[in-house]
Write a protein that binds this ligand. Structure first.
Ligand code: F6R
Length: 365
C-alpha cells in the first residue's frame, strides 16, 4: 500500500523522520546510549577488540563509511570498511580480536553472507545490522541490531539507509563508551542532537518542492559529478548511486580533493557538479573545489547549511539543510539527494520503484 503516494520510494523518503525515532527507541535513556538489552557486550569484551571491520554492499556500504568517520574520531581501534565481495578474497588479518559488523538491509545479500562466513571461520565476533531480524545473516551471527525501519519496497534504498546510519551510530557510541574512549560530554552532545534530527529531517522533506524545481532544470544532463569531503564523501557516493539507479544517468562521485587528479578533465557546461558541503571543518577546502569547477563552466548544485549566504554567489543552485553537529550532517544532507534523484527519474518517466536490471535483494555472487 503506497499510502496515497505515487511511488513507494516517495513514501519511504517521507517516513525517514519516523524511522529515525523508531531506530532510537529503547536504545537511549536520559541522553545516554544503552544497548545492553540487545547486546551481551561487557566493558572487558569491548576492550579486548582491536579491530573493527564494517562490511557491506551498495548503499549499506556507504552507511558503513559514514559510521567509520564517527568512530575513528574517538577511538584507537583499527577500523576498516570493506565491500563484501572484496573482503573475503583478501588476506586481511582477522582473528578473535576482531569485531566484524555486517550491514545489510535484507540480510540475504549473498556477498555479505559469504563475507560473514569467512570472518566467522577466522574467529571474528560477528554482528549484523539489518532490517530483517529473521534473515539468514541475522541467524548466523553472534549479535543482531535491527533497524526497525519497516518493510522497504522501493528497490532504491532510502529509509533503510537512514536506519542503518542511526543504528551504526548507536552501536559505535555504545562500543566507544564500553571501551572508555568516549567522554560523557561528547556522548550527550551527539545523542541530544540525534534526538532532534527527526524534526530537522521532516522540515527538509516538507520543502521537497524546492528540490523538485532544481531537478527539473537538470534532468536532461547526461553526466553528473558528485563531490564531498570527510563525512560528506560517502553522501556524495550515495547521491550518485541513487541518481544512476533510478534515472539511468551516469553519475560519479569523488572525494572533492581528487577532482584535480583526473575527473576535472570531464568538466564543461554540460556536466553539473553536485557538491555536498554542509558546514564542517573542511568547508573552506571544498569551497576551493567549487571555484575550480566554476572556472570550467560546470554548473554547481551545492548542498549547504542554512545561513551560509556566501555560497549563493558560487553555486547555480543550493539545496539548504538545517544546521547540526558535523558528525550528523550525513543524516540531513542525504535527504535532498534522494528527493533530487526521485524527481529527475520522475521527469524522465522512469520506473522508479522497479528500475531495470535491479532486484531488491541480490542473492547471487
Ligand atoms: C541501493 C541498493 C543496493 C543495496 C545493496 C545491499 O539503493 O538498494 O545498493 O544497498 O544491494 O543490499 P542489502 O543492504 O540488502 O545487503
Amino acid at each position: 500500500d503506497k499510502g496515497g503516494y505515487p511511488h513507494f520510494m516517495l513514501k519511504e523518503i517521507n517516513e525517514q523522520g519516523a524511522v529515525l525515532r523508531r531506530s532510537m527507541l529503547d536504545r537511549i535513556f536520559h541522553g545516554e546510549v544503552d544497548l545492553s538489552r540487545e547486546l551481551s557486550w561487557s566493558s572487558e569484551s569491548a576492550k579486548r577488540i582491536k579491530r573493527l571491520h564494517l562490511v557491506a554492499c551498495g548503499t549499506s556500504y556507504y552507511a558503513a563509511l559514514v559510521a567509520e568517520r564517527l568512530i575513528e574520531r574517538f577511538s584507537d581501534l583499527d577500523i576498516r570498511v570493506d565491500i563484501a565481495s572484496e573482503y573475503r578474497y583478501r588476506d586481511i588479518p582477522i582473528g578473535n580480536d576482531t569485531l566484524a559488523v555486517f550491514v545489510t538491509q535484507s540480510g540475504e545479500t549473498l556477498d555479505t553472507l559469504a563475507a560473514e562466513r569467512f570472518a566467522k571461520e577466522k574467529g571474528a565476533r560477528c554482528m549484523a545490522i539489518t532490517n530483517n531480524g529473521l534473515s539468514t545473516v541475522a541467524r548466523e551471527v553472534d549479535d543482531v541490531l535491527s533497524l526497525k525501519a519497516g518493510p522497504e519496497i522501493g528497490v532504491a534504498a532510502t529509509k533503510t539507509f537512514m536506519g542503518q546510519m542511526t543504528v551504526l551510530y548507536l552501536m559505535g557510541l555504545y562500543l566507544l563508551k564500553l571501551r572508555e574512549e568516549l567522554s560523557l560530554g561528547d556522548e550527550m552532545r551527539l545523542v541530544r542532537e540525534m534526538e532532534v534530527l527527526p524534526y530537522k529531517v521532516e522540515s527538509l522533506i516538507d520543502r521537497a518542492d524546492e528540490i523538485k524545481a532544481i531537478a527539473s532544470r537538470y534532468c536532461e544532463a547526461r553526466d553528473f559529478l558528485f563531490l564531498g569531503r570527510g563525512f560528506s564523501f560517502p553522501i556524495a557516493m550515495e547521491g550518485a548511486l541513487k541518481l544512476k539507479e533510478i534515472s539511468y544517468i551516469h553519475a560519479e562521485a569523488y572525494a572533492a580533493g581528487e577532482m584535480k587528479h583526473g575527473p576535472i578533465a570531464l568538466l564543461d557546461r554540460s556536466v553539473p557538479v553536485v557538491v555536498v558541503m554542509p558546514d564542517d571543518n573542511l568547508f573552506e577546502k571544498t569551497l576551493s573545489n567549487v571555484q575550480e569547477t566554476k572556472a570550467r563552466n560546470s554548473p554547481v548544485i551545492a548542498i549547504a547549511t542554512e545561513g551560509r549566504k556566501s555560497i549563493l554567489g558560487q553555486a547555480e543552485d543550493v539545496m539548504w539543510v538545517p544546521k547540526t553537529d558535523m558528525e550528523l550532517n550525513p543524516f540531513l544532507a542525504v535527504i535532498p539527494l534522494q528527493i533530487f534523484a526521485y524527481y529527475v527519474a520522475l521527469a524522465k518517466g522512469k520506473e522508479i520503484d522497479q528500475p531495470r536490471n535491479l532486484a531488491k535483494s541480490v542473492t547471487v555472487e
